[in-house]
Design a protein around this ligand. Structure first.
Ligand code: TYD
Length: 136
């Protein structure tokens, strides 16, 4: 898997004058089974989140409210994705360093994940991530 696999997925949107509705089904709208949902909120101005990679976890990141940027880095190439629609999710494959920044005030970042929380699945040090990506 590579940075080109990390794409924005357009989710189903049922437009309605009473308010729009979006739904997500694991393995149908996202390329993995959803085992966990978590969200970031009350993010202070200027804060940065992320700053790690996962060994095996697949994720879909959605700006449920407001906007923020996700910077993806596979150790060779980087790309910055701006998320600001609650019907669009950024798929992030395993072995991808990610940083989240540029949060707008009141933004909410929801993450769907393919597995339960496991600290052993993290690369917390960029140097360890790079060594795993480019073994000498
Ligand atoms: P972390 O994944 O480092 O957050 P971020 O990438 O947004 O900076 O998690 C922050 C803390 O929350 C860390 O102590 C682990 C804990 N945590 C859980 O207990 N369960 C979870 O599902 C997540 C995502 C984090």
């Amino acid at each position: 898997m590579s940075i080109t696999d990390c794409k924005v997925i357009n989710l189903p949107k049922i437009s309605d004058p009473r308010g729009n509705l979006t739904f997500i089904e694991g393995q149908s709208h996202v390329p993995f089974e959803i085992k966990r949902v978590y969200y970031l909120y009350d993010v202070p101005g200027g804060a940065e989140r992320g700053g790690h990679a996962h060994k095996a976890l697949h994720q879909l990141i959605i700006a449920m409210s407001g906007s923020f940027d996700v910077v993806l880095d596979d150790g060779t190439e980087k790309k910055r994705v701006h998320l600001n629609r609650s019907y669009c999710g950024l798929y992030v494959c395993p072995m991808m360093w990610r940083e989240l920044d540029n949060f707008s005030s009141g933004s909410v970042c929801m993450v769907l994940a393919s597995n339960a929380y496991d600290e052993d699945d993290y690369f917390r040090e960029y140097s360890s991530f790079l060594s795993a990506m480019k073994p000498s």
